[in-house]
Ligand binder design. Structure first.
Ligand SMILES: Cc1cc2nc3c(=O)[nH]c(=O)nc-3n(C[C@H](O)[C@H](O)[C@H](O)COP(=O)(O)O)c2cc1C
Length: 210
């Protein structure tokens, strides 16, 4: 038997003026990451974003989408957009749940304000990357260094495709297991730190509520 669903037509109109309703047409599953970058002058920055994807296998590439126009109070030209356009580099840092507050804080601030230092404001530690100039965020268990190979405007957001040039992980993987709704990765201890288990919920659950 076919399942019945509620279907609505999506209006692709961009907002005509600031302050209009910014709500999405519906819930879209989103996985936030923290992208770090650096200006051509050497000023580091962080932008949390949900518009990312592991987009290509050979060479491995990650895409990110960053707002490049002025639309509403929360959709403005990101400082990170200008920085990544200028340097052609970024690092995708995967926060764990313990970093939620810091992640939201870095999204509430913009480096368009010259006095903003998001690493300092959120108490995060910049780390040295292997290939790119942009720093890693050391508190994140996984950091992926990327060099921009392609980029294009999609409308409100600019899409950067970055080739993965270096991969940092919490420790050596000693166990990895994936099932329909959970992936578990166990990392061996690294000097001065404990072993850790990363638990990733791969698919949402639809639960009966009667
Ligand atoms: C969870 C989360 C997800 C976000 N996703 C995006 C995104 O995909 N693209 C984007 O341009 N901004 C996104 N933002 C908004 C930016 O992070 C925010 O505007 C930030 O202040 C931009 O900083 P910048 O001007 O220093 O680059 C997101 C914010 C949060 C908290």
């Amino acid at each position: 038997m076919a399942r019945s669903k509620i279907i609505t037509r999506v209006d692709s109109q961009r907002p005509a003026q600031p302050g209009v309703n910014e709500d999405l047409f519906g819930f879209v599953p989103m996985v936030p990451v923290m992208v770090s970058c650096v200006s051509a002058e050497g000023r580091p920055n962080i932008i949390p974003l949900i518009s990312w994807s592991f987009a290509n296998r050979w060479p491995p590439k990650i895409t990110i989408g960053i707002c490049e126009g002025e639309y509403t109070p929360s959709y403005f030209v990101r400082a990170s957009y200008r920085m990544i356009l200028a340097t052609g580099e970024f690092v995708v840092n995967f926060p764990d749940a313990a970093l939620w507050e810091q992640m939201i804080q870095t999204g509430d601030l913009s480096a368009n304000d010259p006095s903003v230092d998001k690493f300092e404001a959120a108490g995060l530690t910049p780390g040295r990357s292997l290939v790119v100039q942009a720093p890693t965020i050391e508190e994140c268990p996984i950091n992926i260094e990327c060099v921009v190979r392609e980029h294009l405007s999609l409308g409100s957001h600019h899409l950067f495709a970055g080739e993965i040039v270096a991969y940092h992980q919490y420790g050596e993987v000693v166990r990895q297991e994936a099932s329909a709704d959970v992936t578990v990765i166990e990392y061996a201890p690294v000097e001065g730190q404990s072993g850790k288990r990363l638990v990733w919920h791969s698919l949402p659950r639809m639960e009966d509520i009667g």
